[in-house]
Design a protein around this ligand. Sequence first.
Ligand code: SF4
Length: 233
Amino acid sequence: MREIQIGGLVPFTTIDYPGKLACVLFLVGCPLRCVYCSNPHLLCVGDGEYDPASILDWLTVRVGKLEAVVFSGGEALMQGDATIEYMRRVRALGFKIGLHTNGFYPDTLARASDVIDWIGLDFKATCEKYPDLTGQNIAYNNMLRSLDVWLATGKEMEVRITCDPRYVGKDDLVKITEILSARGVCNIAIQKYIPHFEDASNATSESMRSQFFTDTDLRNTINSRFKSVTWRE
Ligand code: SF4
């Protein structure tokens, strides 16, 4: 059995798994190349910096203190069955399992659905803009398949839309939320875009980034479509 490669660890967080005290494991490797990626050091599969067995030991002494372990990245499902097997070992310690995912691996998500308790799924843009944003032609369709795989489980989820104004306009946000509402999604988060590595020739301004959050009509329209909308500024 191949061991997973872990490139980062946040030992304590209250915001990465809803309602639970958690830690986050960042797995290396991602099939996408989003223009705004804030974790470029995690995109290529290589030797992880953390020993998976040592992390399990570390988690063992946190039983009763932490409630959940969130797998993030990169894209944690890129490591396939190695990730699923590691999730099983972590869950056997008594932790809830969370996954932050770009949805690129719907078949792997289906195989992992019995061991994962909650996911946060990225819905990055409309179908037309997905390839430019992510560098991948099939990312949108795969993400939609993952959405449907997870909806079929009936388990909790949050769909996240990060509003990079270069790739998501207000009309796009309305279209995306229509799609999500029609599919039966209950919980979404609208996330403000934070520039990390912007090219000066294609930079965004604060007013461009905050336009979604200051538009009361837009907010009311979107809020009316879901059980819960988190506006994450
Ligand atoms: S999916 Fe996430 S980790 Fe992968 S390139 Fe996009 S922003 Fe970066």
